[in-house]
Design a protein around this ligand. Structure first.
Ligand SMILES: Nc1nc2c(ncn2[C@@H]2O[C@H](COP(=O)(O)OP(=O)(O)O)[C@@H](O)[C@H]2O)c(=O)[nH]1
Ligand SMILES: [Mg+2]
Length: 223
């Protein structure tokens, strides 16, 4: 007999990448459906949790670790990523240096996880797609790197929410080895109108309203 409680899993997801690429914003968007245009550097380690439902009515709680301003060289990084089910390496598509940073993060994380028994799923996340006009990182470069490194490839905007929930769901499904149908993926995508500049801090225009997700969220900070 299948015990329904066995269907519940807690997954540890860690976000890494250069400062100001949008890690905290992605966490806030995912956990709270909110966005803050001001930049506050994350000092310690923040945790966000949210429960998602995957195909087959499988509930999964994601515990998301935002490692904040830790540099790649920090000895804490290997501790933070230890036991993770998924690691997202985030860069800002309008900042070439942050993409170079993402490559460095990927290389050093791969070295760290080499010895571990179960390898976490890795994602390369190009964030700030609402600023398409300011893009500095070519999609081909992103796609080629993701394929080379066998990473799931995703483009997001924490500002508009575009592809944020699906990023986390997709990673959860990958870890749980649950296939996500294209229709499932399409449901989550928020059609947005591309913006010409970032000058306006007003919310960008959306093509449709977003269906609210589960609000089972908590945040805590460890300094
Ligand atoms: N336009 C735009 N700005 C973003 C996006 N994500 C983050 N930001 C802004 O970029 C800055 C850095 O974001 P933050 O989440 O603090 O980056 P972190 O240092 O990687 O945690 C903040 O001013 C955010 O408001 C995005 O998708 N689009
Ligand atoms: Mg941060």
């Amino acid at each position: 007999m299948i015990d329904h409680q066995q269907k519940e899993r807690l997954l540890k997801v860690v976000l890494c990448g250069d400062g100001a690429s949008g890690k905290t914003s992605l966490c806030l968007r995912f956990a709270h459906e909110s966005f803050n245009a001001d930049y506050h550097q994350t000092l310690g380690l923040d945790f966000f949790t949210r429960r998602v439902i995957l195909p087959g009515e499988i509930g999964v709680t994601l515990q998301v670790w935002d490692v904040g301003g830790q540099s790649i060289a920090s000895s804490m990084i290997s501790k933070y990523i230890s036991g993770s089910d998924a690691i997202m390496i985030v860069y800002d598509i309008t900042n070439k240096t942050s993409f170079e940073g993402a490559r460095e993060w990927t290389e050093s994380i791969k070295k760290m996880i080499k010895q571990s028994d179960s390898l976490p799923a890795l994602a390369l996340v190009g964030n700030k797609t609402d600023l398409e006009a300011k893009r500095q990182v070519k999609m081909e470069a992103h796609n080629r790197y993701a394929v080379d490194q066998e990473m799931t490839s995703m483009y997001t905007s924490a500002r508009t929410g575009d592809s944020v929930t699906i990023l986390f769901k997709q990673m959860a499904a990958q870890v749980m080895k649950i296939p996500m149908a294209k229709s499932e993926l399409d449901k989550e995508v928020v059609p947005i109108m591309a913006e010409a500049t970032s000058a306006s801090q007003d919310a960008p225009k959306r093509g449709s309203s977003r269906v609210a997700g589960q609000n089972n969220t908590t945040v805590c900070t460890i300094m």
